[in-house]
Write a protein that binds this ligand. Structure first.
Ligand code: ZN
Length: 324
């Protein structure tokens, strides 16, 4: 069962989270495999890490809307996306063009010519009119322009830049499990009222308890993260620390795979392309088929459906709409 564990360290300005995606992650891969379009191994690994990271970030922010983690670039992977809702429902997808080397890491996947970027978007559930989603973007290289090879490094960089928070992130994924551990220095409360010295950015790298805990977290190997259960991992890493754990989020209240696609949404997307375009496809192929790139579900619109799509609702005979 997939699970998200939250914890803090009593009396220390540090919090943490551990996520393990099992059934939901396996479902993502199974759906993709079924559609005969399985991702190459390095892409599976990247997407698993993105799903785990997305759940950690959403679990941290508890943002009322979608957290969308995107990496796009100039290698064989054009785009990889992980989307996590407020209730921790997640979905992922990637667009891959061309050969992916067996041992490819971040640079070879997405940052061959240094153009790769990572974007984090917070899309509120109930947007006010004209309200734009918040988006932060970082490059896939470090401060000395060295290309980063791991998603975790990119996200640590992002947290530092956008939130002024020290963060240690360890991510790993194979075909049965996508997992992650996050350790973060807590933001200074009411920073505006304190003297300048206590501002978040001035504390970067200086909090001794955070540094010690981050160092401990950093000893966790990828293999341990993928093979040990949450209790064992936390005990091994932090047995000497004042660890306080919260009730884990599991099952319906935990992270799980779910896709928010629907026939209505696909319909409005087709409408936005315009009647001429859609009629052209119907003439050529007899109907329009749209597959959801997240869950693999196929939506079909035959000539009658297309006709209805472009007929204003009030002109339709009673009972003829929205029944497909
Ligand atoms: Zn879908």
């Amino acid at each position: 069962m997939s699970e998200l564990h939250k914890f803090l360290f009593e009396g220390l300005p540090v919090r943490g989270m551990l996520v393990r995606l099992t059934d939901g992650w396996q479902e993502v891969l199974a759906r993709r495999g079924k559609s005969g379009d399985a991702y190459p191994a390095p892409v599976r690994s990247l997407l698993g890490e993105m799903a785990a990271a997305g759940v950690l970030m959403q679990g941290n922010l508890q943002f009322d809307g979608a957290l969308i983690l995107q990496v796009y670039g100039d290698g064989p992977v054009k785009l990889a996306v992980a989307e996590v809702q407020h209730d921790l429902a997640f979905r992922v997808t990637a667009k891959v063009v061309g050969e992916v080397p067996e041992t490819a890491r971040l640079e070879a996947l997405l940052n061959v010519h240094g153009q790769g970027r990572c974007a984090i978007t917070l899309d509120p559930k109930d947007k006010r009119p004209g309200q734009q989603p918040y988006q932060g973007v970082v490059a896939l290289h470090g401060d000395r322009r060295e290309p980063l090879q791991q998603l975790s490094e990119v996200l640590e960089h992002y947290m530092l830049q956008s939130e002024q928070l020290d963060t240690r992130l360890i991510l790993a994924a194979d075909d049965t499990l996508a997992a992650g551990l996050l350790i973060q220095r807590l933001p200074v409360q009411g920073a505006g009222n304190l003297q300048g010295a206590a501002r978040n950015e001035d504390l970067i790298g200086l909090d001794e308890s955070y540094n010690r805990l981050a160092l401990l977290a950093g000893t966790l190997t990828r293999e341990e993260l993928l093979t040990l259960d949450a209790d064992t991992i936390l005990r091994r890493l932090f047995w000497e620390e004042p660890l306080r754990r919260f009730v884990p989020r599991r099952a319906e209240s935990g992270p799980r795979f779910a896709c928010s696609c629907s026939r209505v949404r696909v319909g409005s997307m087709l409408k936005s392309l315009g009647r001429e375009e859609i009629d052209g496809i119907v003439v050529e192929q007899g109907r329009v088929e749209i597959g959801c790139e997240f869950c693999g579900l196929k939506y079909h619109f035959d000539p009658v459906d297309v006709g209805e799509l472009f007929t204003p609702v009030r002109d339709q005979p009673p009972g003829s709409s929205a029944t497909h």
